[in-house]
Write a protein that binds this ligand. Structure first.
Ligand code: SF4
Length: 281
């Protein structure tokens, strides 16, 4: 009988995987080990809204694309994703908000071009990765710009946020992962990361220093090692503050009920044991 050759592909670790693990190891197990997320994770208006906008901005920034406002608005209408909205009224509200966002985005993109000079977008909605030995660090970036001074700027769009500070960008696990990957893909190139709030047009940029990148890399390796060495069968749910908003809550509650029944059965002595104890044996 022919046996299947063992896979030589390295496990991929992404910022989403890292933050899921750091939020809750059981959630990580359900999504990435047991792969049961599709049975529990609900469509949400925010995901659909964000995906629609991301896809319009991807096309807008593609090399050679026509960068007109009318083009953006018609792509928004054609690519609209309806899943996850609670009502037609909520969907209409988001459609109107999306149009306003694109209007403001178009105006600010033009102003930015005038302010910064020619900035070349070298990638949109692209998966980037680097080899980290035991694993591959990977992430999907919304946009990478190349500035005239050679700086590579990774830009992340946020469709739900109104404000962002430099400190928040500097503390962002995802933005730091992207900078680390870019610094390995393009050694020597200065890198920075920007979060752009689509609803308000506010943005902030941060840059990891060489020491900062080295320290971040050590932290990422430590967390990845824990994930890769984890005994997932032994990973059971424990109540934490994230449970209230978690799509897996019903599953974990079932598990807690089973644990409680098992605990009670263990605590209640069996009948014959009771009998023996009555006779002092
Ligand atoms: S309900 Fe709580 S314990 Fe269960 S997966 Fe979600 S966050 Fe983790």
């Amino acid at each position: 009988m022919r046996t299947k050759p063992a896979s030589t592909r390295k496990p991929a670790i992404s910022p989403t995987k890292l933050s899921t693990y750091l939020e809750c190891a059981v959630k990580y197990r359900y999504i990435y080990i047991d792969k049961i997320g599709r049975f529990y994770m609900k469509s949400r208006a925010a995901f659909s809204f964000g995906s629609t906008l991301h896809q319009v901005l991807q096309q807008y920034h593609e090399p050679g694309a026509e960068r007109s406002l009318t083009g953006m608005l018609s792509r928004f209408e054609e690519g609209w994703i309806s899943a996850g909205y609670a009502s037609a009224a909520q969907e209409q509200e988001h459609q109107a908000a999306g149009e306003q966002i694109l209007l403001a985005y178009h105006a600010s993109a033009e102003a930015r071009q005038e302010e910064l000079g020619p900035v070349e977008t070298i990638a949109t909605e692209r998966t980037i990765s680097c080899d980290m030995g035991r694993f591959k660090l990977t992430g999907r970036v919304d946009r990478i710009d190349l500035h005239v001074d050679g700086t590579l700027e990774v830009v992340d769009y946020k469709s739900g946020r109104l404000t962002v500070t430099e400190e928040e960008v500097a503390a962002s696990l995802a933005m730091n992962c992207y900078q680390l990957i870019l610094s390995k893909m393009y050694p020597g190139a200065p890198v920075c990361a920007t979060i752009y709030c689509l609803r308000s047009g506010e943005s902030a940029t941060a840059r990891l220093t060489e020491e900062g990148l080295a320290e971040f890399e050590r932290d990422i390796r430590d967390v990845a090692d824990v994930i890769l060495d984890m005994d997932w069968l032994e990973t059971a749910p424990v109540r934490i503050e994230h449970c209230a908003d978690c799509d897996f809550l019903s599953r974990c509650e079932g598990e807690w009920r089973r644990q409680e029944r098992a605990r009670r059965l263990h605590e209640e002595p069996a009948e014959d044991e009771q009998g023996f104890s009555e006779f002092g044996l």
